[in-house]
Design a protein around this ligand. Structure first.
Ligand code: K1U
Ligand code: ZN
Length: 167
């Protein structure tokens, strides 16, 4: 297994639309395992393949305290969404920034697992927030895009300054 480098906002690679995965083969299984390792090490509760510069439709999520409830979603699709709820979000691609985002409260999602089998899941609370946040990444959207233009500009400048200082 391997730790993967996470791309930071405002890198344009975060705005690529990820392509569906045609076959769940050993390469995809290894990518899912590496992404899980990277998510746990960060630490985070989710990671999308877009964030490690692999624009394919694969996300990993584990919101458990004990870090033993890994969920892998290949080609995830939101089948239905209901309600509205506000939740604080963070992002491993936008380090140090947390803000409130309003999204549907409850979702039903369909995806393939690492055996290539289709499954459906009902989610609410943090799990629903995290799955929607990660699917946004696959569609090239970063959570800061839900914030005001002023906040987005401040975040962009702050992270560009950090990147320059790290060089
Ligand atoms: O997509 C990502 O960058 C991962 C992101 C997921 C997420 C968090 C909160 C709301 C929506 C989506 C993170 O994991 S940020 C880090 C984080 O929230 C966290 C880290 C350690 C323990 C608990 C949470
Ligand atoms: Zn994120």
């Amino acid at each position: 297994m391997a730790l993967l480098k996470i791309v930071h906002y405002p890198d344009p690679r975060l705005h690529k639309v990820a392509q569906p995965i045609a076959t769940v083969d050993d390469e995809i299984k290894a990518l899912a395992a590496d992404m899980a390792e990277t998510m746990y090490a960060a630490p985070g509760i989710g990671l999308a393949a877009t964030q490690i510069d692999r624009p394919v439709r694969l996300i990993v999520v584990d919101i458990s305290e004990t870090k033993d409830d890994l969920k892998v979603f290949i080609n995830p699709e939101i089948l239905s969404a209901s309600g509205r709820g506000e939740h604080e979000e963070g992002c491993l691609s936008v380090p140090g920034i947390y803000d409130m985002v309003t999204r549907p409260e409850r979702i039903r999602v369909r995806a393939l697992n690492t055996q290539g089998q289709s499954f459906e899941l009902e989610a609410d609370g943090l799990l629903a927030v995290c799955i929607q946040h990660e699917i946004d990444h696959l569609d090239g959207k970063v959570f800061v895009e839900y914030l005001s233009r002023l906040k987005q500009d401040r975040i962009r400048k702050k992270l560009l300054k950090h990147a320059r200082e790290a060089m």
